[in-house]
Design a protein around this ligand. Structure first.
Ligand code: ADP
Ligand code: MG
Length: 613
């Protein structure tokens, strides 16, 4: 499919440029990251920052507005924003009363937003978050925490925006928002696939005459594939599932959203609503409000979702407050108004100045999100002191076995690995498309291109750890998605805070990878058998520890073999983390994308070491 774009890697940036330019009455773009900021927001309040992957427009940037979010942090297509983008976007709108983050519950978003919150907290900025998890098809009720967010974002952001604008404290706003989240349930159906700009194939394939029931917003597999059904049959089935899951009973009141996923017409959405309304009316459930629109889309995906938002008096109060953005304007139902009404007293110029000073500060800080002090205190750096002077001796390493790499070798190795990953983009995309959302190849290749840029531009250093740190930061601060944080940590976490060394011994490298493994597990929580990158990394690290005395070539050969076997083993597992977890036993038989990348990284290192021996 051909898309009306200039270059795939520029889609997000150019889209934001156009969006902000068209609606400049409302917005200003953050000067250095992909953040959309509201020009005129109420002063002296907790601010609401939303965000997530791009490609779902008008979600999230279209929900920045008065009575809505103060800013949106925009990631790459279908990939969460990186922590730096989230942190800078929040700092540009923060007003001293804290930041409430609302985003969909996805591994990538959770990891990146969590890290951004740590950065902000280190600078004394208070934060809270509410993860939207409305998709009833994404995990059973007893695994509610594993559910992902889809169009329910609309209601949760609406309530959160009103709560913040009403002047509630951060904690109170978070409480009301959580309540809204816990009263929102959705289910979706896909009738036609979506294709990401730059991807060669659609995210999934759907044979003629079939539909995917419970499909995720990124093309994650649903709960079942079924023969085509007409609107009434589908609407009833979806309604029944939500109602049962939500425990909605006669006498309850709900707001209903029928949300198009991209290419579904308003006519179709209306036909679906007609049936849902009929069922609600028949069963004594009152409709407080209804909406038909394509707010939360997945490119040109065909299909729709139904969301029920159960309201009580408190939620109605916030729901009724007026809000306005180019894509979501509500004048309220007349009962409530914003307390003190939006003063619009913060001029565009003042807002621009605020943004400018953030940009300047960040440039002078070496384009990093936090102060050096903060950096050292971050979670990755919190390794026991003893690790800093870990065994770097040459141990039993014999001559002629390439026991050390100098800084030039390390740089070359990282560049070589980057090229190998870039060359594997299509392969990784294919693997992630089977049980994920198909963006892993794009994300890894993009991150590795950034590694190349950063290392190539870097001045000579006499410290090998600085090279790993630079490579890790290049990934962490550019990729987004689950893999930005995790693969960034692979290089960064084990190197950060270490004493400068101009050579890397095999033992030292094994120890470094061990520290990175620990950091990745601490952040992501995954263990071997959970169908993640850890399945390849942990055996590789153990193999390195066992063979490091034999020098780099032998050690990396063992690491690659172990990572390859670990990757193969992922086919047997159900996923406990990441997008594939919703599939449960349906993920069995498929290889994990992140584990595959780990294997390819070690394969690249092994090839490099073999070349220079
Ligand atoms: P996203 O899931 O945001 O689309 P990617 O597709 O780039 O990100 O990366 C997906 C990979 O991330 C998975 O294949 C898995 O290996 C890894 N992953 C996801 N969550 C975790 C976690 N909690 N711990 C370790 N690895 C994880
Ligand atoms: Mg993915």
């Amino acid at each position: 499919m051909r898309k009306i774009i200039n270059a795939p890697e520029k889609v997000v940036e150019e889209m934001i440029e156009g969006y902000v330019c068209a609606f400049r009455r409302y917005y200003v773009k953050h000067p250095s990251v992909n953040g959309v900021l509201l020009r005129q927001s109420r002063r002296d309040k907790a601010v609401l920052v939303v965000g997530g992957g791009s490609g779902h427009e008008p979600m999230f940037s279209g929900f920045v507005g008065k009575g809505l979010a103060d800013a949106a942090a925009c990631g790459n297509l279908f990939a969460s924003p990186d922590p730096y983008t989230v942190c800078q976007t929040a700092k540009a709108v923060e007003q001293g009363r804290g930041v409430l983050f609302v985003y969909g519950c996805y591994a990538g978003d959770n990891l990146n937003f969590d890290m951004a919150e740590e950065f902000l907290n280190q600078e004394g900025i208070r934060t809270a978050h509410v993860r939207v998890q409305d998709d009833v098809a994404s995990a059973p009720k007893d695994r509610y925490e594993d559910r992902r967010g889809i169009a329910g974002d609309v209601f949760v952001i609406k309530i959160a925006g009103a709560a913040c604008d009403a002047g509630l404290s951060l904690d109170e706003a978070a409480r009301v928002t959580e309540k809204a989240r816990d009263h929102t349930w959705s289910i979706g159906i896909a009738t036609a696939p979506a294709q990401l700009p730059g991807a060669e194939k659609p995210v999934f394939e759907l044979p003629e005459g079939e539909m995917e029931y419970g499909m995720g917003l990124h093309g994650e597999k649903g709960v079942l594939r079924t023969a085509w059904q007409d609107a009434d049959a589908l609407a009833e089935r979806m309604y029944r599932q939500i109602r049962e899951d939500a425990g909605i009973v006669k006498g309850d009141e709900v707001c209903v959203l029928v949300n198009g996923l991209g290419s579904t017409t308003l006519a179709e959405l209306a036909i679906v609503y007609r049936k849902v309304y009929g069922l609600l009316a028949k069963e004594g459930v009152k409709v407080y409000d209804a909406d038909l629109n394509s707010y939360c889309t997945s490119q040109e995906m065909g299909g729709f979702s139904i969301t029920l938002f159960k309201v009580d008096e408190e939620l109605k109060k916030y729901y009724d407050m007026p809000c306005e953005s180019p894509f979501y304007t509500r004048l309220g139902r007349g009962s409530a108004t914003l307390k003190g009404e939006s003063p619009q007293d913060e001029t565009a110029a003042a807002r621009r100045n605020q943004v400018k000073s953030v940009g300047a500060e960040q440039d002078s800080a070496g384009a990093r999100c936090r102060s050096e002090k903060g950096r050292r205190q971050s979670v990755e750096a919190a390794y026991e002191e003893k690790e800093k002077t870990a065994d770097h001796g040459e141990g039993g390493c014999r001559e002629g076995k390439l026991c050390e790499l100098n800084t030039a070798d390390v740089k070359e190795m990282l560049l070589y690995v980057a090229d190998q990953i870039i060359a594997s983009q299509a392969y990784l995309t294919e693997i992630d498309s089977a049980i994920g959302d198909g963006d892993h190849g794009i994300g890894m290749a993009g991150g590795m291109r950034n590694v190349k840029r950063k290392l190539t531009a870097m001045e000579e250093t006499g410290n090998i750890y600085k090279l790993f740190e630079a490579a890790g930061e290049a990934m962490l601060l550019s990729m987004g998605g689950a893999s930005g944080v995790l693969f960034g940590s692979l290089y960064l976490a084990g190197a950060r805070g270490m004493e400068a060394r101009d050579t890397l011994t095999a033992q030292g490298f094994a120890a470094m990878m061990g520290r990175s493994l620990k950091a990745i597990q601490k952040r992501g929580g995954a263990r071997v058998g959970d169908k993640t990158m850890v399945d390849a990394l942990e055996p590789a690290v153990r193999a390195m520890e066992a063979t490091c005395a034999k020098g780099f070539p032998e050690m990396l050969k063992a690491a690659e073999a172990a990572a390859k076997q670990g990757t193969e083993d992922t086919k047997r597992y159900q996923a406990k983390y990441g997008r594939a977890k919703s599939l449960m036993e349906r993920a069995v038989g498929y290889q994990d994308a992140g584990a595959t990348s780990v294997w390819l990284i070690f394969r690249g290192m092994r090839e490099f070491a073999a070349c220079i021996t």
